[in-house]
Design a protein around this ligand. Structure first.
Ligand SMILES: Cc1ncc(COP(=O)(O)O)c(C=O)c1O
Length: 436
């Protein structure tokens, strides 16, 4: 099992990071050996036994748990004594919610999920004991599950609160709630103008224990003046509540960009996701902490062919070789979450060399031009996201090429891509379709 109590490690050099392990595999003679299940096993990397769990995998996502701990430590250094809710929804942004939560259960104050099922998964499969806040509205028919699994709802509209209080009364179990106020997100939450009165009313209900009042930023990475207005609105709401004796125990506002760019938004707790996974919310953001990407995505060369000048590559014939070319086929495609919009529009790392994606990305395969790269062979590891030697392709690079956001890149890595959890160069667990 994973060690949820492990202590933070001092900074390690990039050279020793697990991403270099992937390229080590190129030298192994057993490439594409049948996959073995190493679930829940701890394998030490000795020269004779290098990262075996990825042998035979056509594609895999390495999850660097040291980087995770380092990012959390960096955030805490800036944040001081305040609380942290880790956004762990969407399978911890694709990193594996159960495993990430197990690592950080004792180190963050709360986890944030999107719905009942994600919460139940953490409680029952992950054995997570930390408070779990459901950040989004849930359907009324799921209210009783909150009580069964000790999950904390967000109140985003009054009818939900009314039904929740009735159920709490029926079960004779007052329930903790966090109330969301819309100060400018334009999505969910009590309308700002009515929020103070509504919160006072909800607070007077003996079955609702108002633990937190929060709001959310839509643009803390791009619109500083709008974000400042939101902070002012929120602060003045809290002040009016205090004046009438309503004192939410936990005031929380900041997502990753808010945390980085607005120290006035830290209040009692922050709600980061992206930074903890080591990704800058916006490449233009003024960076105040060093981040280590937690996820790397690697694949392999499965086919290598000389293609004469003028021949088309892949579906829809969107690419024609401009010279006699050496084209490698890698085992990654949009079925793995490698976006189709990267067709003719991305680079990958073959060892430390950059190769271009040529032709359309297929469901399971993608072609790259390796004409200028020496000594390429079938079985070589190809890095789609992450570092290989001195070169790096970040989630932001992929997002820019694919015209999307880094959130979408990482959350869309599909369930068929095995997650290989690595700590101190040791594979702790491989989660794949056979070992969920
Ligand atoms: C309500 C809420 N809080 C916090 C977060 C975390 O955001 P980020 O990953 O940008 O830190 C999200 C993410 O979507 C969210 O919806």
């Amino acid at each position: 099992m994973m060690d949820s109590e492990s202590t933070e490690k001092p900074k390690r050099s990039l050279r020793k990071r697990p991403e270099s392990l992937g390229t080590t595999l190129c030298d192994d003679s057993k490439q594409f050996a049948p996959a073995k299940s190493h679930s829940n096993q701890s394998l030490h990397l000795t020269p004779k036994n290098k990262l075996q769990p990825t042998e035979g995998k056509r594609i895999w996502a390495e999850i660097d748990l040291n980087a995770l701990q380092e990012n959390l430590a960096s955030v805490k250094k800036v944040l001081g004594n305040k609380k942290i809710l880790l956004a762990i929804k969407a399978d911890a942004y694709g990193h594996g919610a159960k495993e990430i939560a197990a690592q950080l259960d004792a180190k963050v104050d709360m986890f944030g999920v999107a719905g009942i099922e994600e919460g139940i998964n953490l409680r029952t499969n992950g054995k997570i004991t930390a408070p779990i806040l459901i950040l989004s509205p849930i359907p009324y028919y799921e209210i009783d599950a909150l009580f069964n699994h000790n999950l904390t709802p967000s109140i985003t509209e009054i009818e939900f609160a009314r039904r929740l209080a009735l159920e709490a009364k029926k079960q004779a179990k007052p329930i903790k709630v966090h109330i969301e106020v819309d100060t400018g997100m334009g999505r969910t939450g009590l309308p700002y103008e009515e929020a103070a009165d509504t919160i006072v009313e909800l607070n007077s209900n003996p079955y609702l224990k108002v633990e937190g009042v929060f709001t959310h930023f839509p643009a803390a990475d791009v619109d500083f003046s709008f974000t400042n207005q939101q902070i002012e609105k929120y602060s003045s709401l809290i002040e009016s509540l205090n004046q009438v004796g309503v004192k939410p125990i936990i005031r929380h506002v900041a997502n990753s960009a808010g945390f980085l760019n607005f120290s006035a938004s830290h209040f009692d707790m922050i709600r980061p996701g992206l930074v903890i996974y080591g990704i800058n919310p916006n490449s233009a953001t003024s960076q105040t902490i060093s981040l280590n990407p937690v996820m790397s995505l690697r694949s392999r060369i499965v086919n290598l062919r000389k293609i004469p000048k003028g021949q088309s590559i892949s579906y829809e014939r969107t690419y024609f070789t401009k010279r006699d070319s050496l084209i490698a086929v890698i085992t990654a495609g949009y079925g793995d979450g490698y976006p189709w919009s990267l067709s003719n529009n991305a680079e990958v790392l073959v060892s430390e060399d950059r190769a271009k994606v040529v032709g359309n990305v297929c469901m399971d395969l993608t072609m790259i031009d390796v004409t200028d790269i020496p000594n390429v062979k079938i079985g070589d590891v190809v890095t789609l996201m992450g570092s290989s030697g001195k070169e790096t392709i970040s989630a932001n690079d992929l997002a820019n090429w694919a015209k999307t956001i880094p959130y979408e890149i990482i959350t869309r890595i599909s369930p068929r891509v095995p997650r290989v959890f690595i700590q101190d160069q040791t594979v702790l667990r491989v989660r794949d379709l056979l070992n969920l």
